[in-house]
Structure formats: C-alpha cells, structure tokens
Design a protein. Structure first.
Length: 135
C-alpha cells in the first residue's frame, strides 16, 4: 500500500512551519514498520517537501518526495508519475477536494499553528489499523 501525505496544513503547521503535527512520527513509523511506502508531496515542489521533512526529522520515514505539479481538467492534482493506478493508494490531506477523482482520501482538518492538543492524525492511524496497514 502507498500512503501519500501533504506537507503544509497536514503534517506541518501552515502558519509558521515550525511544528510537526502531534502523532505524525508514530503514524509514519507504524506505516513503515507494516511495510508500506510513504510519499510526501507538496504544492511547493519535491525539494520543498524534502527540506520540510529534513527540518522536522521525518525524512528517514519517507520513501519519496514529489511536487503537486499539475492539475487535471477537474482542477484536481495529478498524482503521476508516482501513481499509475489508484488501487492501494491512500491520500491524507487537509484539502481533500483537490485529490484525484476516485482516490481513497482520509481528510484531516487543517493544521494551522502549533497545537500540542491536535489529534487529527489519530483518525488516520485508526483507519490504517482498521485496514491492517499498521500495527
């Protein structure tokens, strides 16, 4: 299974960029330990996604970094070249309306500023456990 995570507003706060969303490390570690691939993608590009992951100490948990480089005729992001078939792909994003049509999406509320009480990724972890994607 492939898990595709957005950067800003999903895993990292979008206001200051200084806070990793609570539960992010546990979720990424759980998915990787269950043998799943993890992609981090961003409208800021692949290099930006990689830089943010390095700055927050999660780069070692990510398999690939990609940019949200194109939109389709419906104005939704195109996940090629890293996704040929949406089967077995889960997108986690704070803007689910922008994800490819027919994609499996787990929406999370926007992570705007540092908030140690945020629990949005708990639902993602629960969904992963329910699908046997993580321990």
């Amino acid at each position: 299974m492939l898990w595709v995570f957005d950067v800003d507003g999903c895993l990292i706060d979008s206001l200051s960029g200084t806070s990793l969303r609570p539960g992010a490390v546990a979720l990424l570690v759980g998915l990787r330990s269950a043998g799943h691939r993890i992609v981090l993608w961003s409208a800021g590009g692949a290099d930006y996604a990689h830089q943010r992951a390095v700055a927050h100490g999660i780069a070692d948990h990510i398999d690939e970094f990609h940019g949200k480089d194109a939109r389709d005729q419906h104005r939704r992001y195109v996940a090629q070249p890293f996704v040929d078939d949406l089967d077995g792909v889960v997108f986690v994003d704070d803007q689910p309306e922008d994800m490819p049509i027919d994609a499996e999406v787990i929406p999370v509320s926007p992570y705007i500023s540092p908030n140690p009480h945020d629990r949005a990724l708990d639902a993602v972890l629960a969904a992963a456990r329910a699908s046997r994607a993580a321990p």
